[in-house]
Design a protein around this ligand. Structure first.
Ligand code: APR
Ligand code: ZN
Ligand code: ZN
Length: 357
């Protein structure tokens, strides 16, 4: 089966014919329908990260179960599934406490991909830039058959991370003032999460006007181009001089993380959703934590429980309460993955999707 392999950092992905193991006990094979292209994948191409190469990237996938191994009870062939990324062992310290987004499994997944006698790793145990994948049954979430699978792939990362940051992590209350810095594939979902939560003002910040227009379509009430205006000053001016109740940083840049923290009012909460570089440092005034009672908060995978949250998000979409189609600006074939990365970096797309079926 075909997959996109990263052999060396800062080089293009290579489309290869790979061997995929048949699903073993507790594993399922999924024929992928689509995979969203997330900036986190590109981070591993451009940055030095702990991810071991060679690797098949992609972590925002959905598809149809094509085979199941022994003892699989959660799904059967033909089921429509969204694939949750990262280990989801169900038994570790974090899983038993209801925090599968921090799962730290006792044993890593077995190798499932190879090219001849070379083992190829699966990014985040899922590897969705491929025609098929084999994953633990704990990583698949069965969804209703009438939901369009291609756009539902976005629920595997961007939608859940963005909406989850608002609803699960920060628990934004109706009437809140919310600032969102970085309105790309994930940040746009923070915007629609804030709308879902009943925020009064949703202030979107980006350096590109086309991204700000996407944000308006997702529910932003105010737009700030950070190249042209001072973000902290504008955020305060729009909130009676106080600052916002909640700020979300959705880029992974120490400078904008600080901007988020500076933009919240006394007692406000800044949430870091973006993934910073491994070697990045951040300096800030800790005295604000006491004198201004401000919170600086981290957020992984929207603090989500995929088995609970994915079907809910699908229902919200099917009832017209959240938007998915509007997020997809362009669709690509698997062998256009490097072009999809380029388009994302150039800011041309809200989200790109690889069509894999
Ligand atoms: N100020 C404001 N906006 C910025 C700035 C800045 N200094 N720098 C970049 N941006 C905007 C880009 O213009 C783009 O719209 O941030 C957005 C990032 O969006 P995407 O490239 O689509 O990335 P996305 O997939 O949303 O991921 C964002 O979240 O999950 C993490 O790893 C992911 O760190 C990444 C972040
Ligand atoms: Zn992602
Ligand atoms: Zn676990």
């Amino acid at each position: 089966m075909k997959a996109a392999v990263l052999y060396e950092r800062r080089t293009p992905l290579v489309i290869e014919d790979l061997d995929l193991v048949p699903p073993g006990p507790g594993e399922v094979e999924v024929r992928l329908v689509a995979s969203g292209v997330c900036h986190s994948d590109l981070h591993h191409v451009q940055r030095d990260t702990p991810t071991v190469l060679p690797v098949v990237l992609g972590h925002e996938g959905a598809g149809v179960v094509s085979a199941v191994g022994a003892n699989v009870t959660r799904v059967k062939p033909g089921d429509h599934v969204i694939i949750a990324f990262g280990a989801k062992c169900g038994e570790c310290f974090y899983c038993v406490r209801g925090m599968p987004y921090l799962c730290t499994p006792a044993n890593p997944a077995r190798p499932r991909l190879a090219r001849g006698n070379q083992t190829i790793n699966q990014f985040l145990e899922v590897a969705t830039y491929a025609e098929r994948t084999v994953v633990s049954e704990k990583n698949v979430v069965k969804i209703r058959d009438d939901a369009p699978l291609a756009v539902c792939s976005l629920i595997a990362c961007g939608v859940t991370t963005g909406i989850g940051a608002v609803i699960n992590t920060a628990k934004v209350e109706p009437g809140s003032n919310v600032l969102v810095i970085g309105t790309g594939g994930v940040g746009l979902n923070v915007v629609q999460g804030a709308r879902l939560a009943g925020a009064a003002r949703i202030i979107a910040v980006d350096v590109r006007d086309n991204k700000l227009e996407f944000a308006r379509a997702m529910g932003a009430t105010h737009l700030i181009n950070a190249e042209k205006e001072d973000v902290v000053e504008r955020a305060k001016a729009l909130t009676g001089g106080y600052g916002v109740d909640y700020a979300f940083e959705v880029i992974g840049n120490p400078k904008t993380i600080l901007q988020a923290y500076e933009s919240v009012r006394k007692g406000g909460v800044a949430v870091v959703v973006g993934v910073a570089d491994e070697n990045a440092d951040l300096t800030f005034k800790p005295v604000w934590m006491m004198r201004q009672a401000k919170t600086l908060m981290g957020c992984a995978y929207g603090s989500s429980r995929p088995q609970v949250d994915f079907p809910k998000l699908v229902d919200l979409y099917m009832e017209g309460r959240i938007k998915l189609d509007e997020l997809v600006t362009r669709r690509f074939a698997l062998d256009e993955i490097n072009e999809a990365f380029r388009a994302m970096e150039a800011g041309e797309v809200a989200r790109g999707i690889l069509d894999l079926a």
